[in-house]
Design a protein around this ligand. Structure first.
Ligand code: DX5
Ligand code: ZN
Length: 334
């Protein structure tokens, strides 16, 4: 999910920034609300969001950098937010519980954010299984255009352990200093939504910047899945995978890269005969599919209807991951 942040553009013409994101085929529009208290700067509030709402159907990803968010949550729901994220630093178990329930009642996505210096508070663990989004800040909040804090990679590793233990099934959104150089490793860390201020809205051609972001993510995903295929099935599986998912010259290029470390014996494809995979549609509905993967897997992949698949949580490593990649690929390349 690519989420351009409009505050990195012309603050006197946010309407036009929304239009640029819309033309650029963003997945979300990231709206940074700052109140001049939680952070030194002020940007806009719900009244602006209300004005922007009719300009696009792209989901509004509202990031509240404000004090006492519980007092204002209703205004941001009414303004037309699709996800509202509040900060750990200004909530506690009781106020976040209230925010969580109000958002759920209104079918608005529930987001929780932590600053670079903040660890996930223990009181928040009980909300993790129903949280829709966790924003991991990789800059000190307050403005766009800052440098990505490298320590965030290590933090993500720690977070993943906690999130797995507590059945987090939402989406991690990386926010702050994400760019073409680091998005691949941020994806590998586990982020699936990426805010882009300077690196997207700050660019002249927003559409091209979004496309470049998608391609960089795809490249990282491809590398990870190839590694996994190597571990699981050796050279035959890797070659089959490449044959199915990679086109033209690129195929040869990747095969060459792979040759270097393909030694293992071929494993039987029967290993992947049944998989149950959970998908999340663009409307956040989860649905499961039981998939049989016979030998001659290619045809099956190609017959799948992938149009509504946004992301996938697999029940395990293997073919379902590989085929998720295929599904996602066409979306990301669009
Ligand atoms: C920072 C905001 C970010 C920021 C991102 O307080 O939450 O969303 O606008 O901008 P870049 O990508 O330029 O760091
Ligand atoms: Zn933000």
């Amino acid at each position: 999910m690519i989420a351009p942040s409009i505050i990195a553009g012309d603050m006197t013409n946010l309407e036009n920034e929304v239009k640029r994101c819309d033309d650029g085929r963003a997945d979300y529009i990231h709206l940074d609300v700052m109140d001049g208290q939680f952070v030194p700067n002020s940007t806009f509030d719900y009244t602006k969001i209300k004005e922007l709402r009719p300009l696009t159907v792209i989901p509004f990803d509202t990031h509240l950098m404000i004090n006492e968010p519980v007092k204002h949550i209703g205004d941001y729901i009414d303004a037309g937010s699709d996800i509202v994220t509040v900060h750990a630093e200004v909530t506690d178990e009781s106020s976040f519980g209230e925010i969580h329930d109000i958002l759920k009642q209104h079918q608005v996505g529930v987001g929780f954010a932590i600053n670079p210096d903040t660890e996930l508070p223990e009181w928040s663990y009980k909300f993790l299984s129903t949280l829709d989004q966790l924003i991991v800040m990789s800059v000190i909040p307050g403005k766009s255009g800052q440098k990505y804090i490298e320590e965030t990679h290590a933090k993500m590793a720690r977070l993943n352990t906690i999130l797995n233990t507590h059945n987090f099934s939402g989406c991690i959104e990386a926010d702050g200093g994400v760019n073409l150089e680091n998005i691949g490793s941020v994806f590998a860390d586990g982020a699936r939504a990426f805010v882009g201020g300077g690196a997207i809205v700050g660019q002249q051609d927003v559409r091209a910047a979004i496309k470049d972001f998608r391609n960089a993510v795809l490249k990282s995903r491809r590398r990870m899945l190839l590694d996994k295929a190597n571990q699981l099935g050796g050279s035959d599986l890797v070659n089959k995978w490449i044959g199915l998912h990679v086109i033209g010259e690129k195929q040869e290029e990747i095969k060459d890269q792979q040759k270097a470390h393909i030694h293992r014996r071929v494993s039987r494809l029967g290993l992947f005969s049944h998989r149950v995979t959970t998908y999340i549609s663009p409307f956040d509905e989860k649905f499961e599919r039981r998939v049989r993967v016979p030998p001659g897997v290619g045809e099956l992949y190609h017959r799948r209807d992938e149009s509504d698949i946004r992301d996938c949580v697999s029940d395990g490593a293997g073919t379902s991951d590989i085929f998720t990649l295929f599904s996602e690929r066409s979306r990301w390349l669009r």
